[in-house]
Ligand binder design. Sequence first.
Ligand code: AMP
Length: 120
Amino acid sequence: MSETIFTKIINKEIPADILYEDEQSMAFRDIAAQAPVHFLVIPKKPIATINDIQPEDKELIGHLYWVAAQLAKEQGVADQGYRAVMNCNEYGGQSVYHIHLHVLAGKPLGWPPYTERLKV
Ligand code: AMP
């Protein structure tokens, strides 16, 4: 898979507002926040889309949700609620081909969030 901007963030080649990091994952604020709280949780392993998740990645994907929940608690939005979502390919609204969990919170969230952008 070709390198994305998220690989550069993982390698600290470009800056990001990093909220969490461990051996397997990283979380940082989205550069174009769509809600008062909007951060991304990504695996360090580059996986292009949800379709590319392998059986051996199943624990890693669960870990991303665990990180999302810990950070939601830390940010004080866990009880009020939030959306944790991964977009897949064009119609899913994916623009960076390194899987990432969007965590959006801090206001009531419309659904579906990306209708405007897709223009279909
Ligand atoms: P998606 O459209 O689901 O692939 O989401 C990609 C997200 O990455 C978008 O919400 C972008 O705003 C965000 N993004 C792109 N570049 C950066 C960056 N350098 N730092 C933080 N977030 C970024």
